[in-house]
Ligand binder design. Structure first.
Ligand SMILES: [Zn+2]
Length: 137
């Protein structure tokens, strides 16, 4: 079992780490795997399972940019600090390593920021099927 398996369904961390729809936690957010690097910036328009819109309003992901800044900012500091002071590499080599690692994780961070932002703004509704039925009747 992966460490991510310890986070149970129903928590917001589950949707974020598994890149699942925050409403039903069944549907995927992205059509391709992160590290396949195929169509890295494609996202479904809505949840393929419950139909939750993934872009509730125009410019919705503007907010995700700020999350992305925070994540990449702290991540960059941590990487450079680790190689510079942890492994005593030169500053130049530490920054080169940051570009290599950052390049590999760029798509992941992009997707992670969107997943966090969407999950912050959409409520988990495990009984979404019942709710849709009662809304229709
Ligand atoms: Zn869904």
């Amino acid at each position: 079992m992966s460490p991510m398996g310890l986070i149970s369904k129903g928590s917001k961390m589950y949707s974020i780490l598994h890149f699942k729809c925050p409403r039903c936690q069944e549907g995927d957010l992205y059509p391709t795997a992160t590290f396949s690097f195929r169509k890295p910036f494609d996202m479904y328009k809505e949840c393929p399972v419950c139909g939750q819109s993934y872009e509730p309003e125009p410019g919705f992901y503007y907010g995700a940019m700020f999350i992305s800044y925070i994540i990449t900012g702290w991540f960059s500091l941590a990487v450079v600090a680790f190689f510079r002071w942890g492994l005593h590499w030169s500053l130049l080599h530490s920054f080169l390593m940051l570009f290599v690692i950052g390049g590999l994780l760029f798509v992941y961070f992009y997707r992670l920021s969107r997943a966090i932002w969407l999950t912050m703004n959409v409520r988990y509704e495990p009984d979404w099927k019942q709710q849709e039925k009662s809304a229709a009747s």
